[in-house]
Write a protein that binds this ligand. Structure first.
Ligand SMILES: Cc1ncc(COP(=O)(O)O)c(C=O)c1O
Length: 461
């Protein structure tokens, strides 16, 4: 019986709920909760506790570990974010540095801040036209580890938001030769290893792998899983940190969605992934003849790519507007020279056909993509993240901030990868990059069009 079925059984049992949540399933009084509140309970008798599993959640963990081939799998209801925070905190409790890809999601930076770990960056090469980061190489990881014996955890993102996959098996081997565990942020790759998709980092030897079920699989937003390989990582502290950071009232709606997703994958995950991949390959064939636009097919020296992300080169912001306004298609994100359509297991030949027809029509009208400068020199990091965040400073108008040191994160959301991190020297190029980035957000919201800058000792401000 799935957790949804158990919840339905309880809802229909006539039991009086003298327990949380406060809506008491009274959908007559609160009609906007209809369809949700009936299955929304708390940790009552017979329904186990996600953060301290003994019954149905212990079995769910075993099923997930068997499905993905992990030693331990922990279901998460606070997204991949909480899996990343818990992994970094657990591995760096005793001190040490975090070696992380500079294109990491902001949750990895937040984990570094919370753990007070020193950070070192791997800086993958950028795509020469689109500007997104390409694969992290085993050689880069090896050189960085040789230069930094204090590193206690390596973290890379694979696949990236744009679908770039790194050689996780070789990177894991490099890390393991030095006794350092590897965390792979596979938030965008929960489907990897199913059907004909490239393999998951779990099967390539990574020690910790975090996946957002909600991003590509049939599960509700915020649902995720953290897989652990025993050996270099002790699952105990990771589990303790997960329970510490996750809500102490994990949603049963989200938990039941994880359970149902796993049930579906066990029954027909392989076939569903094959159907999705075939529809994707058909769509990719349809788009291979584009003339003004171009479909990225994973060339440009990347190790591998995830075909589920349809990245179309061309005037990105124009394409996004046309797709939205003329075709009622909402892309995931767009920048000056590309637009990204994310697909998932819920896509069909029909949904992808609607997208390919629209793109083929737009191909005939598309203007030239505007020029977009790529970030130039590698940024200089003047202060450690935590020290810069805690330093006194002031808001400086962005057009006068060149030469100063940032005291905050600034990112474009999506994808949530910081363009500027605390402690980083702000250059003219950084400012140009920020001015071209849509949907900017920052940790400091005190003054518009300004950057919170650190007052460096001895410097006149
Ligand atoms: C690369 C990457 N990692 C981690 C996350 C966090 O995942 P979640 O939203 O499941 O917390 C995201 C979210 O967009 C992401 O893009």
């Amino acid at each position: 019986m799935t957790l949804f079925e158990r919840l339905d059984e309880y809802a229909g049992s006539g039991a009086q709920a003298m327990h949380m949540p406060g809506h008491k399933r009274n959908t007559a009084a609160f009609p906007w909760l209809a369809g949700l509140a009936e299955r929304d309970i708390t940790e009552i008798h017979g329904f186990d506790n996600l953060n301290d599993p003994e019954g149905l959640f212990a079995r769910l963990e075993e099923r997930m570990a068997a499905l993905w081939g992990a030693d331990v799998s922990i279901p998460l209801v606070n997204g991949s974010t909480v899996g990343i925070l818990a992994s970094v905190l657990a591995c760096l409790e005793g001190g040490g540095e975090l070696l992380m890809a500079r294109d990491s999601h902001k949750s990895v930076y937040n984990a570094a801040v919370l753990s007070r770990a020193g950070t070192r960056y791997l800086t993958p090469r950028l795509h020469p036209v689109f500007g997104f980061p390409l694969s992290v190489t085993p050689e880069e990881v090896e050189a960085a580890l040789d230069a930094a014996p204090g590193v206690k955890l390596v973290c890379v993102t694979s696949p990236t938001y744009q679908g770039v996959i790194s050689d996780i098996a070789s990177i894991a081997a490099v890390c393991h030769r030095r006794g350092v565990p590897l965390l792979v942020d596979e938030a965008h790759g929960a489907h990897l290893g199913f059907g004909g998709f490239p393999g998951s980092a779990v099967a390539q030897g990574a020690d910790l792998v975090v996946q957002s079920l909600h991003k590509t699989l049939p599960s509700l937003t915020q649902t995720a899983v953290l897989h652990i390989r025993r050996g270099l990582v002790d699952p105990g502290p990771v589990r303790r940190c997960t329970a510490m950071l996750q809500s102490s009232s994990p949603s049963y709606l989200l938990s039941a969605s994880i359970d149902a997703c796993v049930d579906f994958l066990e029954r027909e995950g392989q076939e569903a992934a094959h159907r999705w991949l075939e529809a994707l390959l058909a769509a990719r064939r349809e788009l291979s003849g584009l003339e003004r636009l171009s479909l990225w097919d994973g060339g440009d020296g990347v190790f591998r790519y995830d075909p589920s992300k349809l990245l179309v080169g061309g005037p990105g912001l124009w394409l996004e507007r046309k797709l939205r306004d003329t075709y009622r298609i909402e892309p995931e994100y767009a920048l000056l020279r590309h637009v990204l359509a994310m697909t998932g297991m819920g896509d069909t030949r029909e949904s992808l056909g609607r997208l390919t027809r629209a793109l083929r029509e737009l191909d005939r009208q598309a203007p030239e993509a505007p020029e977009a400068p790529l970030p130039a020199a590698a940024p200089a990091y003047v202060l450690p993240l935590g020290q810069a965040l805690a330093s006194p400073g002031r808001a400086v108008p962005a057009d006068r901030a060149a030469g100063r040191v940032s005291g905050e994160f600034v990112w474009s959301y999506p994808p949530g990868i910081p363009l500027l991190v605390p402690g980083q020297r702000i250059t003219g190029e950084t400012l140009a990059q920020l001015s071209l980035s849509p949907n900017l957000h920052s940790t400091y919201n005190g003054a518009p069009n300004s950057i919170f800058c650190v007052d460096l000792p001895g410097k006149i401000v």
